[in-house]
Design a binder for this molecule. Sequence first.
Ligand code: CU
Length: 450
Amino acid sequence: MAMAVGLIVLIVITVLFHFLSPWWLTPLASNWSLLDSNLTLTFVVTGVVYIALNGFLVWVVIKYRHREGSKAHYEPESTKIEWWLSIVTTVGVVAILAPGLWALALVVKVPDNAKVVEVVGQQWHWSFRFPGEDGVLGQVAVGQMSVDNPFGMKPDDPAGLDDVLVANGELHLPLDTPYKFVLRSKDVLHNFTVPQFRVKMDLIPGMTPYVWLTPTRTGRFDILCEELCGIGHFAMRGAVVVDEQAAFDDWLDSYPTFAEVLARPAPDAVAGQGLYPVCGACHGARGEGNEMLNAPKLAGQHGWYLKRQLKNFQLGLRGSNASDTFGAQMAPMAAVLVDDAAIDNVVAYITSLEETESPSTISGDAVRGEEIFVTCKSCHGAQGQGIWALNAPRLNGTNDWYIARQLKNYKQGIRGSHPQDLYGKQMTLMMVVLRDDQAINDLVAYINTL
Ligand SMILES: [Cu+2]
């Protein structure tokens, strides 16, 4: 009897949990309410079967419980029951699967008026490409990919010249316009998922799978990767912002076409040298860093990373947090660089500077530090040399006090918590491996040996 009561309680709790739990779907933001109906249908079918089967079990437990003198009767086959079970199961399974298959077919049946956007995935971030006025995405090739051409655009394909390149993890879309998402992976399997859009699709290297949808609500939604794609998989975050048409047009205009990228003047280190003295006042004449002024070493750091930080300081993605006293010193200095060309030039000068060795100021257990660094090196490289493809800067040879401070800042959300700082957010998500200040000291002691 206790068993029967237990089963009834289980059924009641399960059903209550389903309806009362806070983990319901995020509000829908696309045309795909069909997929929600499919999910509801699956819940109804599996729910009814769950209640019926467990109810049957309760009935059996009560009716055939042990009684003095009664004897079990062995009946291994019953064609009649098997027929019924087969029919009912078939109906249930078809009821779940058939509408799902139908929905899946619709998800890749792109309407004629849909516009195109390409979603590019790589370990562990997203970028986006719009086809420009001709509506045609230019050809790309793996061999063309470089720091200056992250999309791998083929310079000789005229269709690519008007393509708009969005080389960061935030995509904007206009409200109520159907879009076809062409998916490209640069390395391994990924999966493009925006929970509020409901549709999702794998990115497969060497293929270009696609889905389509119409955003139906303005707002900012997370892009997730839902394919286990390596150690940084959970940190592969992006964002999609659904705008009114005019705001979307402004946003798109702020990104360069491939032709504009090609036409950019080469960075001028001599002009950069003219800008540098302001910077040198804090960072040192040779970019060697100055602990008294809290300004880190710049010489030897990768140019692409320096450029991104300067942009981030300018846009308030870094240094705008109220507790970020040192970032607040730097942010107005970045504003001295009036345009992208000025950033390019000063970075060209900094990367031409001869590197000096940084004295170590922090001691710790380098052996323990090496164990922690196993996680870090999958992005920053075995020697902490930095890896462009993973957006991770150089760590070796940098001032150890600066690294320690950045790690504390990431841990406390002083750096990396701005919603648009998607690369910084990766680091905040990684900070779970650093339990306390001692771990930070050990780690930095190890980085000092590299
Ligand atoms: Cu991924």
